[in-house]
Design a protein around this ligand. Structure first.
Ligand code: SF4
Length: 352
């Protein structure tokens, strides 16, 4: 292995001389705000996550403010970011810190990683940035950088691969500047050693980087499994009059838990015929379909959601009995958080 000092000093030199990536949470000394930024940025591009971070910081400046907020408000502020379990866990953990830990954020990796919704990556980021603890962050960016520089072709999504990358990252982290090192490797992976067309011509590691020397940047890192996506078919029933509409809250342990939607019939495959019958059975009475929306598709990491919205002819809202349904004034719709497809449908149909 190329020596540790070479790696960390090259990285820290690059950080001090060439890294100009600005983030509002960089240099932040409040663990709550670093935690908030890390949770918002998981699976999210910085440009998309930044306005959310600023809105959360403004509305909930401390963990106690977040702990006191009603869940619906938190979900509404999160709306559009996806991966809603992150918002629920954030809220849950804020309440836990406020009530069980007297509002004081834990100060060690060991204690931080026990909090719900905080995995090893976020715990290492908080522990190193705020408390100067030597815990290496390992995520897709870090794995890509290490796999390329060290020419590691062990699949990173296997138990063996995960262990090997974690051990190597922990060996390489700077003894004296662990927080700066972690921030630097994240920034380096996000701005120089990027997935497609890495900027090898300006890279300080190029003369020793195995991927560059052997022209294998495209091949590394190696993934063992291909993700197969499950397809789901959602049929939403639009039950409304001039003043009110029926909505339901998703409460099962499934995608979009805690968000609102229209009454929905899920089918294991696309319903091509007799959709009127299926909707009548769902509503428990015979209905006549007036029209359908265009199909809406939403890609999630492991699922593809196909949605169609169905308008019912002359519906009388008084006679609708759907479990968990609530009738709300149309003008109140903006106060609820909806999944992206439902939100888009409501906007396109001038309901939001
Ligand atoms: S030389 Fe290219 S592939 Fe190697 S670390 Fe630098 S940017 Fe990444």
């Amino acid at each position: 292995m190329k020596d540790k000092t070479w790696f960390s000093s090259t990285l820290l030199d690059w950080n001090r001389q060439s890294n100009d990536r600005q983030m509002p949470w960089k240099g932040e000394k409040d663990p709550y705000l670093v935690w908030l930024s890390e949770i918002i940025l998981q699976q999210t591009r910085v440009e998309q996550g930044l306005p959310y971070f600023l809105r959360f910081k403004e509305k909930y400046p401390t963990v106690k403010h977040l702990a006191k907020a009603p869940e619906d408000d938190v979900m509404r502020l999160w709306q559009g970011l996806g991966y809603y379990s992150r918002a629920r866990n954030l809220h849950h953990t804020a309440k836990h810190i406020a009530s069980e830990l007297k509002g004081i954020f834990p100060a060690t990796y060991h204690d931080i990683v026990k909090l719900k919704g905080i995995g090893p990556y976020t715990a290492a980021a908080i522990a190193s940035f705020i408390f100067g603890e030597k815990q290496a962050v390992v995520d897709g960016n870090v794995i890509r950088v290490l796999a390329r520089i060290y020419g590691i072709d062990l699949p990173f999504d296997t138990t063996e691969g995960k262990k090997a990358f974690s051990e190597l990252a922990q060996k390489l982290i700077s003894d004296t500047h662990p927080g700066e090192y972690n921030q630097a490797i994240m920034d380096f992976g996000a701005t120089v050693c990027v997935p497609a067309n890495p900027k090898c011509d300006i890279c300080p590691f190029a003369d020793k980087c195995v991927a560059y020397q052997e022209n294998r940047q495209e091949e590394l890192p190696v993934r063992a499994k291909r993700i197969t996506k499950k397809e789901r078919f959602f049929y939403y029933v639009v039950l409304k009059d001039n003043k009110e509409i029926i909505i339901t809250k998703r409460s099962a342990n499934d995608i979009w838990k805690g968000l609102y939607e229209l009454p929905m019939l899920e089918s294991p495959k696309a319903i091509r015929k007799n959709i009127g019958e299926a909707v009548s059975t769902f509503l428990g009475k015979k209905v006549k379909i007036e029209s359908y929306s265009k199909p809406y598709t939403q890609q999630l990491t492991h699922q593809t959601i196909q949605s169609v919205f169905i308008f019912i002819d002359g519906e009388d809202l008084q006679n609708v009995h759907i479990e968990g349904a609530q009738k709300v004034p149309l003008k109140k719709l903006p106060t609820f958080a909806f999944p992206k497809v439902v939100h888009l449908f409501l906007v396109e149909n001038s309901l939001l």
